[in-house]
Design a protein around this ligand. Structure first.
Ligand SMILES: *Cc1c(COP(=O)(O)O)cnc(C)c1O
Length: 378
Protein backbone atom coordinates (compact mmCIF):
# COMPACT_ATOMS: atom_id res chain seq x y z
CA UNK A 1 0.00 0.00 0.00
CA UNK A 2 0.98 3.62 -0.43
CA UNK A 3 1.10 6.58 1.91
CA UNK A 4 -0.88 9.79 1.68
CA UNK A 5 -0.51 12.30 0.21
CA UNK A 6 0.18 10.92 -3.25
CA UNK A 7 2.75 13.03 -5.08
CA UNK A 8 1.76 13.81 -8.67
CA UNK A 9 3.72 17.03 -9.14
CA UNK A 10 7.06 15.67 -10.38
CA UNK A 11 7.38 18.44 -12.98
CA UNK A 12 7.73 20.94 -10.13
CA UNK A 13 10.36 18.92 -8.33
CA UNK A 14 11.18 15.31 -7.50
CA UNK A 15 12.11 13.62 -4.24
CA UNK A 16 15.80 12.89 -3.94
CA UNK A 17 16.63 9.26 -4.69
CA UNK A 18 18.03 7.54 -1.57
CA UNK A 19 21.03 6.35 -3.59
CA UNK A 20 21.78 9.96 -4.55
CA UNK A 21 21.53 11.14 -0.95
CA UNK A 22 23.85 8.38 0.28
CA UNK A 23 26.46 9.43 -2.30
CA UNK A 24 26.24 13.04 -1.19
CA UNK A 25 26.36 12.74 2.59
CA UNK A 26 30.14 12.23 3.10
CA UNK A 27 30.76 15.44 1.16
CA UNK A 28 29.12 17.52 3.89
CA UNK A 29 31.34 16.18 6.65
CA UNK A 30 34.39 14.03 5.94
CA UNK A 31 35.15 15.35 2.46
CA UNK A 32 34.18 18.97 2.97
CA UNK A 33 37.07 20.53 1.06
CA UNK A 34 36.95 23.37 -1.43
CA UNK A 35 37.48 21.92 -4.91
CA UNK A 36 39.65 24.93 -5.73
CA UNK A 37 42.09 24.32 -2.85
CA UNK A 38 45.14 22.86 -4.56
CA UNK A 39 47.51 22.76 -1.59
CA UNK A 40 46.08 19.84 0.43
CA UNK A 41 44.18 16.57 0.26
CA UNK A 42 40.83 18.08 1.34
CA UNK A 43 40.85 20.09 -1.85
CA UNK A 44 42.13 17.22 -4.01
CA UNK A 45 39.40 14.87 -2.79
CA UNK A 46 36.71 17.44 -3.52
CA UNK A 47 38.17 18.16 -6.93
CA UNK A 48 38.33 14.47 -7.80
CA UNK A 49 34.67 14.01 -6.79
CA UNK A 50 33.68 16.98 -8.96
CA UNK A 51 35.62 15.54 -11.90
CA UNK A 52 33.78 12.22 -11.60
CA UNK A 53 30.40 13.96 -11.34
CA UNK A 54 31.17 16.19 -14.32
CA UNK A 55 31.86 13.07 -16.35
CA UNK A 56 28.56 11.49 -15.21
CA UNK A 57 26.59 14.61 -16.09
CA UNK A 58 28.31 14.92 -19.48
CA UNK A 59 27.70 11.26 -20.31
CA UNK A 60 23.95 11.49 -19.87
CA UNK A 61 23.74 14.08 -22.67
CA UNK A 62 26.71 12.89 -24.78
CA UNK A 63 28.83 15.95 -24.05
CA UNK A 64 32.49 16.32 -23.02
CA UNK A 65 33.13 17.01 -19.32
CA UNK A 66 34.73 20.37 -20.12
CA UNK A 67 31.51 21.47 -21.84
CA UNK A 68 29.60 21.37 -18.52
CA UNK A 69 29.31 24.58 -16.49
CA UNK A 70 27.78 24.00 -13.06
CA UNK A 71 25.22 26.58 -11.95
CA UNK A 72 22.72 26.89 -9.10
CA UNK A 73 20.00 25.39 -11.29
CA UNK A 74 18.22 25.74 -14.60
CA UNK A 75 17.02 29.27 -13.87
CA UNK A 76 20.61 30.45 -13.59
CA UNK A 77 21.65 28.40 -16.62
CA UNK A 78 18.83 29.99 -18.67
CA UNK A 79 19.96 33.46 -17.56
CA UNK A 80 23.62 32.67 -18.28
CA UNK A 81 22.91 31.32 -21.76
CA UNK A 82 20.69 34.18 -22.91
CA UNK A 83 22.54 37.07 -21.29
CA UNK A 84 25.95 35.51 -21.88
CA UNK A 85 25.34 35.03 -25.62
CA UNK A 86 23.69 38.45 -26.00
CA UNK A 87 26.73 40.16 -24.49
CA UNK A 88 29.35 38.03 -26.25
CA UNK A 89 27.85 38.31 -29.74
CA UNK A 90 26.77 41.96 -29.53
CA UNK A 91 28.90 42.87 -32.53
CA UNK A 92 27.17 40.19 -34.64
CA UNK A 93 23.58 41.18 -33.85
CA UNK A 94 20.89 41.66 -31.22
CA UNK A 95 17.97 39.51 -32.41
CA UNK A 96 16.78 36.50 -30.40
CA UNK A 97 13.98 34.13 -31.42
CA UNK A 98 12.05 32.27 -28.74
CA UNK A 99 8.55 30.93 -28.17
CA UNK A 100 5.58 32.07 -26.09
CA UNK A 101 5.38 28.86 -24.07
CA UNK A 102 8.92 29.03 -22.65
CA UNK A 103 9.64 28.85 -18.94
CA UNK A 104 9.59 32.22 -17.13
CA UNK A 105 13.34 32.03 -16.59
CA UNK A 106 13.74 32.33 -20.37
CA UNK A 107 10.89 34.77 -21.01
CA UNK A 108 11.90 37.11 -18.20
CA UNK A 109 15.56 37.01 -19.27
CA UNK A 110 14.40 38.00 -22.76
CA UNK A 111 12.29 40.82 -21.28
CA UNK A 112 15.38 42.02 -19.41
CA UNK A 113 17.48 41.91 -22.58
CA UNK A 114 14.84 43.90 -24.48
CA UNK A 115 15.48 46.73 -22.02
CA UNK A 116 19.17 46.49 -22.92
CA UNK A 117 18.47 46.78 -26.64
CA UNK A 118 17.67 43.24 -27.71
CA UNK A 119 15.05 42.56 -30.34
CA UNK A 120 13.08 39.45 -29.40
CA UNK A 121 10.63 37.47 -31.54
CA UNK A 122 8.16 35.36 -29.55
CA UNK A 123 6.83 32.63 -31.84
CA UNK A 124 3.29 31.30 -31.53
CA UNK A 125 2.45 27.64 -31.06
CA UNK A 126 -0.40 25.66 -32.60
CA UNK A 127 -3.23 23.96 -30.68
CA UNK A 128 -0.89 21.08 -29.89
CA UNK A 129 1.71 23.41 -28.38
CA UNK A 130 4.20 22.93 -31.22
CA UNK A 131 6.04 25.64 -33.10
CA UNK A 132 5.89 25.92 -36.89
CA UNK A 133 9.40 25.42 -38.28
CA UNK A 134 8.68 27.36 -41.46
CA UNK A 135 7.59 30.24 -39.25
CA UNK A 136 10.91 29.92 -37.42
CA UNK A 137 12.85 29.94 -40.69
CA UNK A 138 10.97 33.05 -41.85
CA UNK A 139 11.68 34.91 -38.63
CA UNK A 140 15.47 34.68 -39.02
CA UNK A 141 17.12 37.95 -39.99
CA UNK A 142 20.66 39.17 -40.65
CA UNK A 143 20.95 40.34 -37.01
CA UNK A 144 19.70 37.08 -35.46
CA UNK A 145 22.22 35.62 -33.02
CA UNK A 146 20.26 33.03 -31.04
CA UNK A 147 17.29 30.67 -31.17
CA UNK A 148 16.01 29.73 -27.70
CA UNK A 149 13.46 26.90 -27.75
CA UNK A 150 12.65 24.63 -24.84
CA UNK A 151 13.09 20.90 -25.40
CA UNK A 152 9.91 19.88 -23.55
CA UNK A 153 7.32 22.07 -21.88
CA UNK A 154 6.93 21.93 -18.11
CA UNK A 155 3.14 22.39 -18.12
CA UNK A 156 1.99 20.20 -21.00
CA UNK A 157 5.06 18.02 -21.63
CA UNK A 158 5.05 18.80 -25.37
CA UNK A 159 8.37 18.07 -27.10
CA UNK A 160 9.41 20.56 -29.78
CA UNK A 161 10.99 19.36 -33.08
CA UNK A 162 14.49 19.89 -31.71
CA UNK A 163 16.47 18.40 -34.63
CA UNK A 164 14.57 20.52 -37.16
CA UNK A 165 15.11 23.66 -35.10
CA UNK A 166 18.82 22.86 -34.77
CA UNK A 167 19.11 22.31 -38.53
CA UNK A 168 17.60 25.74 -39.20
CA UNK A 169 19.95 27.34 -36.68
CA UNK A 170 22.96 25.63 -38.23
CA UNK A 171 22.00 26.53 -41.80
CA UNK A 172 21.66 30.18 -40.84
CA UNK A 173 24.76 30.24 -38.60
CA UNK A 174 22.71 31.14 -35.56
CA UNK A 175 23.32 29.57 -32.13
CA UNK A 176 20.72 27.19 -30.70
CA UNK A 177 20.01 27.17 -26.97
CA UNK A 178 17.47 24.82 -25.39
CA UNK A 179 16.05 24.66 -21.87
CA UNK A 180 15.94 20.87 -21.53
CA UNK A 181 15.14 20.77 -17.82
CA UNK A 182 12.04 18.62 -18.31
CA UNK A 183 13.50 16.40 -21.03
CA UNK A 184 16.88 15.36 -19.62
CA UNK A 185 16.57 12.12 -17.67
CA UNK A 186 13.14 11.30 -19.11
CA UNK A 187 13.88 10.92 -22.81
CA UNK A 188 17.21 10.50 -24.64
CA UNK A 189 18.85 13.91 -25.05
CA UNK A 190 22.01 13.90 -27.13
CA UNK A 191 23.65 17.28 -27.74
CA UNK A 192 25.58 15.97 -30.75
CA UNK A 193 22.74 14.15 -32.53
CA UNK A 194 20.24 16.87 -31.60
CA UNK A 195 22.57 19.65 -32.79
CA UNK A 196 22.39 21.70 -29.59
CA UNK A 197 24.88 24.53 -28.91
CA UNK A 198 23.83 25.45 -25.36
CA UNK A 199 21.52 23.59 -22.99
CA UNK A 200 20.16 24.17 -19.48
CA UNK A 201 19.10 21.41 -17.07
CA UNK A 202 18.70 20.83 -13.35
CA UNK A 203 19.28 18.12 -10.72
CA UNK A 204 16.08 18.46 -8.68
CA UNK A 205 13.88 17.47 -11.63
CA UNK A 206 15.72 14.14 -11.93
CA UNK A 207 15.81 12.90 -8.30
CA UNK A 208 18.85 14.96 -7.37
CA UNK A 209 19.20 17.83 -4.91
CA UNK A 210 17.85 21.37 -5.30
CA UNK A 211 20.25 24.23 -5.93
CA UNK A 212 22.43 22.61 -8.58
CA UNK A 213 22.15 22.52 -12.35
CA UNK A 214 24.25 22.98 -15.44
CA UNK A 215 24.69 24.81 -18.68
CA UNK A 216 26.14 22.78 -21.54
CA UNK A 217 28.34 25.02 -23.72
CA UNK A 218 29.57 23.46 -26.97
CA UNK A 219 33.36 23.57 -27.45
CA UNK A 220 33.68 22.39 -31.03
CA UNK A 221 31.92 22.87 -34.31
CA UNK A 222 31.19 25.64 -33.46
CA UNK A 223 33.06 26.74 -30.36
CA UNK A 224 30.48 28.71 -28.38
CA UNK A 225 31.55 31.56 -26.12
CA UNK A 226 29.55 33.34 -23.46
CA UNK A 227 30.19 36.32 -21.23
CA UNK A 228 30.19 35.39 -17.53
CA UNK A 229 27.34 36.86 -15.53
CA UNK A 230 29.03 36.16 -12.20
CA UNK A 231 32.48 37.63 -11.69
CA UNK A 232 34.97 36.34 -9.17
CA UNK A 233 37.56 33.61 -8.88
CA UNK A 234 37.16 32.41 -12.46
CA UNK A 235 35.69 29.00 -11.66
CA UNK A 236 34.12 26.86 -14.37
CA UNK A 237 36.65 27.99 -16.96
CA UNK A 238 35.78 31.63 -16.32
CA UNK A 239 32.10 31.21 -17.14
CA UNK A 240 30.67 31.00 -13.62
CA UNK A 241 32.60 32.09 -10.56
CA UNK A 242 31.80 30.88 -7.07
CA UNK A 243 32.96 28.03 -4.83
CA UNK A 244 31.59 24.81 -6.22
CA UNK A 245 28.65 23.18 -4.44
CA UNK A 246 30.51 19.89 -4.05
CA UNK A 247 27.78 17.81 -2.34
CA UNK A 248 25.23 19.11 -4.83
CA UNK A 249 27.48 18.36 -7.79
CA UNK A 250 28.21 14.85 -6.49
CA UNK A 251 24.45 14.28 -6.12
CA UNK A 252 23.75 15.68 -9.59
CA UNK A 253 26.36 13.30 -11.03
CA UNK A 254 24.85 10.29 -9.28
CA UNK A 255 21.34 11.31 -10.36
CA UNK A 256 22.53 11.50 -13.98
CA UNK A 257 24.26 8.13 -13.74
CA UNK A 258 21.03 6.54 -12.44
CA UNK A 259 19.00 8.14 -15.23
CA UNK A 260 21.39 6.84 -17.85
CA UNK A 261 20.91 3.28 -16.60
CA UNK A 262 17.24 3.38 -15.59
CA UNK A 263 15.63 6.01 -17.81
CA UNK A 264 14.29 3.64 -20.44
CA UNK A 265 12.63 1.33 -17.91
CA UNK A 266 11.34 4.22 -15.77
CA UNK A 267 9.87 6.04 -18.74
CA UNK A 268 8.13 2.95 -20.02
CA UNK A 269 6.48 2.36 -16.66
CA UNK A 270 5.48 6.02 -16.14
CA UNK A 271 4.09 6.21 -19.68
CA UNK A 272 1.92 3.14 -19.05
CA UNK A 273 0.60 4.59 -15.80
CA UNK A 274 0.11 8.01 -17.39
CA UNK A 275 -1.82 6.46 -20.28
CA UNK A 276 -4.03 4.53 -17.90
CA UNK A 277 -4.79 7.74 -15.97
CA UNK A 278 -5.43 9.61 -19.21
CA UNK A 279 -7.76 6.99 -20.68
CA UNK A 280 -9.77 6.72 -17.48
CA UNK A 281 -10.08 10.49 -16.96
CA UNK A 282 -11.10 10.95 -20.60
CA UNK A 283 -14.22 8.96 -19.75
CA UNK A 284 -15.37 11.91 -17.63
CA UNK A 285 -17.86 13.97 -19.60
CA UNK A 286 -16.28 17.06 -21.17
CA UNK A 287 -12.69 16.26 -20.23
CA UNK A 288 -9.89 16.79 -22.75
CA UNK A 289 -6.11 16.57 -23.01
CA UNK A 290 -4.10 19.77 -23.54
CA UNK A 291 -1.17 19.66 -25.94
CA UNK A 292 0.07 17.02 -28.35
CA UNK A 293 -0.50 13.48 -27.15
CA UNK A 294 2.15 12.17 -29.54
CA UNK A 295 5.12 14.51 -29.12
CA UNK A 296 5.01 14.44 -25.36
CA UNK A 297 7.06 13.45 -22.32
CA UNK A 298 6.21 10.02 -20.90
CA UNK A 299 5.32 11.37 -17.45
CA UNK A 300 3.14 14.41 -18.13
CA UNK A 301 -0.61 14.80 -18.54
CA UNK A 302 -2.45 18.12 -18.67
CA UNK A 303 -6.24 17.97 -18.80
CA UNK A 304 -9.21 20.34 -18.75
CA UNK A 305 -12.47 19.38 -17.09
CA UNK A 306 -15.90 20.79 -17.80
CA UNK A 307 -17.42 23.24 -15.32
CA UNK A 308 -14.63 22.74 -12.82
CA UNK A 309 -12.44 25.27 -11.07
CA UNK A 310 -8.99 23.71 -10.89
CA UNK A 311 -7.95 25.64 -7.77
CA UNK A 312 -11.06 24.44 -6.02
CA UNK A 313 -10.42 20.88 -7.19
CA UNK A 314 -6.77 20.95 -6.11
CA UNK A 315 -7.73 22.23 -2.70
CA UNK A 316 -10.34 19.51 -2.28
CA UNK A 317 -7.75 16.89 -3.19
CA UNK A 318 -4.80 18.52 -1.49
CA UNK A 319 -4.90 16.33 1.62
CA UNK A 320 -4.58 13.16 -0.44
CA UNK A 321 -3.22 14.05 -3.87
CA UNK A 322 -0.58 16.70 -4.62
CA UNK A 323 -1.39 18.22 -8.00
CA UNK A 324 -0.74 21.46 -9.82
CA UNK A 325 -2.62 23.64 -12.23
CA UNK A 326 0.72 24.26 -13.92
CA UNK A 327 0.18 28.00 -13.72
CA UNK A 328 1.31 30.69 -11.37
CA UNK A 329 -1.19 31.02 -8.60
CA UNK A 330 -1.35 32.75 -5.28
CA UNK A 331 -3.71 31.86 -2.50
CA UNK A 332 -6.01 34.78 -3.25
CA UNK A 333 -6.18 34.92 -7.02
CA UNK A 334 -5.33 32.60 -9.83
CA UNK A 335 -4.49 33.76 -13.31
CA UNK A 336 -4.94 31.43 -16.28
CA UNK A 337 -1.80 29.68 -17.51
CA UNK A 338 -0.08 31.64 -20.31
CA UNK A 339 1.04 28.31 -21.79
CA UNK A 340 -2.53 27.02 -22.12
CA UNK A 341 -3.66 30.39 -23.46
CA UNK A 342 -0.94 30.20 -26.12
CA UNK A 343 -2.53 26.89 -27.19
CA UNK A 344 -5.78 28.79 -27.74
CA UNK A 345 -7.66 27.82 -24.60
CA UNK A 346 -10.14 30.33 -23.19
CA UNK A 347 -9.50 31.72 -19.70
CA UNK A 348 -12.26 29.53 -18.37
CA UNK A 349 -10.83 26.37 -19.92
CA UNK A 350 -7.34 27.24 -18.74
CA UNK A 351 -8.70 27.73 -15.23
CA UNK A 352 -10.25 24.28 -15.27
CA UNK A 353 -7.00 22.48 -16.11
CA UNK A 354 -4.76 20.28 -14.03
CA UNK A 355 -1.26 18.96 -14.54
CA UNK A 356 -0.34 15.44 -13.51
CA UNK A 357 3.39 14.83 -13.25
CA UNK A 358 4.23 11.19 -12.63
CA UNK A 359 7.66 10.01 -11.60
CA UNK A 360 10.06 7.21 -10.78
CA UNK A 361 8.26 6.45 -7.52
CA UNK A 362 4.65 6.64 -8.75
CA UNK A 363 2.83 3.32 -8.28
CA UNK A 364 -0.17 1.76 -9.98
CA UNK A 365 -2.08 1.78 -6.67
CA UNK A 366 -1.61 5.55 -6.47
CA UNK A 367 -2.90 6.00 -10.00
CA UNK A 368 -5.89 3.73 -9.33
CA UNK A 369 -6.74 5.75 -6.23
CA UNK A 370 -6.47 9.01 -8.18
CA UNK A 371 -8.77 7.71 -10.92
CA UNK A 372 -11.30 6.60 -8.33
CA UNK A 373 -11.26 9.99 -6.60
CA UNK A 374 -11.80 11.87 -9.87
CA UNK A 375 -14.66 9.59 -10.86
CA UNK A 376 -16.21 10.15 -7.48
CA UNK A 377 -15.95 13.93 -7.59
CA UNK A 378 -16.62 14.73 -11.24
C1 LIG B 1 12.05 23.65 -13.21
C2 LIG B 1 12.36 24.33 -14.49
C3 LIG B 1 13.27 25.41 -14.53
C4 LIG B 1 13.89 25.99 -13.29
O1 LIG B 1 14.85 25.12 -12.76
P1 LIG B 1 15.54 25.43 -11.36
O2 LIG B 1 16.66 24.45 -11.29
O3 LIG B 1 14.49 25.18 -10.32
O4 LIG B 1 16.00 26.84 -11.37
C5 LIG B 1 13.55 25.97 -15.75
N1 LIG B 1 12.98 25.51 -16.88
C6 LIG B 1 12.13 24.48 -16.88
C7 LIG B 1 11.56 24.00 -18.18
C8 LIG B 1 11.78 23.86 -15.69
O5 LIG B 1 10.92 22.85 -15.70
Amino acid sequence: MFQFPIYLDNNATTPIDKRVLDTMLPFFTKYFGNAASHSHSFGWQAEEAVDIAREQVAQLINAEPNEIVFTSGATEADNLALKGVFEMYASKGNHIITVKTEHKAVLDSCKHLEKLGAEVTYLDVNRDGLIDVTELQKSIKSNTILISMMYANNEIGVIQPIKDIAAIAKKNEVLFFTDATQAVGKIPVNVIKDGIDLMAFSAHKIYGPKGIGALYVRRRNPRVRITAQMDGGGHERGMRSGTLNVPGIVGFGKACELCKVEMQKDSQITAELRDKLENELLQIDGSRVNGSRINRLPNTLNMSFKNVDSTDLMMRFSKNIALSSGSACTSATQSPSFVLKALGLTDQMALSSLRFGLGRFTTEEEIDYTIQQFRHLL
